[in-house]
Design a protein around this ligand. Structure first.
Ligand code: FE2
Ligand code: FE2
Length: 271
């Protein structure tokens, strides 16, 4: 597990930010902090320059440089050192993983946990995709993440991703999902999710697809391990079966979300 030291985490937030952050903001900040720490640790172990794969710039660093991007800004739209590698023509989801989402350790570990514990292939794929949209935008990422893949997947996969955010805050004994102790330690025992989060949870809890989303949260809690190093190639066949890849290339098929993929492919386009 990636250990999160309360002091270090809080120090990573801009001065004064804590006072104005909602509980949900804090929880999101913690999750993103853990993902960044995991990527840095794995990069360091591989002998790569710290953050090379993702050009991670912490909120702390941003603050020192002056004005900072809103917290909900994805990594692809943060200040960066190097240019984006060009995408191939007719890009495939695998190209997005290699050239835009890498290192993607968190989702790769999450999907690996689902794979090694014998969960349905649909769940494995949902775990693989559940947080990739964070590269573009972090605000309400379950909703954005679902929308990003909706035209290309079984509706249960998109549905599961949409509601995994709210479900994280609610335990479920039946699935062995406990409220993360980490949230208690960092945010205190008095945390109450915002009304729209609670409303989304209650809707999801009573929906026939509930398990699709709950399983994502079950695998999510196992997905911050430093010692595990997974390559996207492992999931090539599963992607082939679970993702209806457009023949024109992802981003060029005129689907209702093609522009979102083009945005990820070309964050530098001025308009
Ligand atoms: Fe998430
Ligand atoms: Fe996650």
């Amino acid at each position: 597990m990636v250990e999160v030291d309360r002091k270090t985490f809080l120090a990573s937030l801009p001065a004064g930010a804590l006072a104005v952050m909602s509980h949900e903001d804090k929880a999101e900040a913690l999750e993103h902090y853990m993902e960044d720490e995991l990527d840095k640790k794995i990069a360091a172990r591989r002998g790569e320059a710290d953050g090379e794969a993702g050009s991670i710039i912490t909120l702390d660093e941003l603050e020192q440089e002056g004005p900072r991007a809103p917290r909900g800004t994805g990594r692809l739209f943060q200040p960066r050192e190097e240019e984006f590698e060009p995408m191939p023509e007719n890009p495939h989801l695998l190209d997005y993983f290699r050239l835009r989402f890498a290192p993607a350790n968190h989702v790769l570990q999450s999907a690996t946990h689902a794979l090694t514990t014998g969960q349905p292939e649909r769940t494995i794929f949902a775990c693989l995709m559940h947080d990739v949209v964070l590269n573009m935008i972090k605000v309400d990422h379950g909703w954005w993440g679902a929308q990003l893949i909706e035209p290309y997947v079984d509706e249960r996969i998109a549905w599961g991703i949409r509601y995994h955010g709210p479900l994280r805050f609610y335990p479920d004994d039946e699935f062995g999902y406990e409220y993360p102790e980490m949230y208690n330690r960092i945010f205190g025992h008095d945390y109450v999710p915002e009304p729209y989060i609670k409303q989304a949870y209650e809707y999801a809890r009573n929906h026939r697809y509930y398990a699709e989303s709950r399983l994502i949260t079950v695998n999510d809690t196992y997905a911050f391990q430093d010692g595990m190093d997974v390559n996207i190639e492992v999931f090539t066949d599963i992607i082939g079966r679970q993702f209806k890849h457009p023949k024109e290339g992802l981003g060029f098929d005129n689907s209702p979300v093609a522009h979102m993929w083009r945005t990820i492919a070309n964050p530098n386009r001025p308009l």
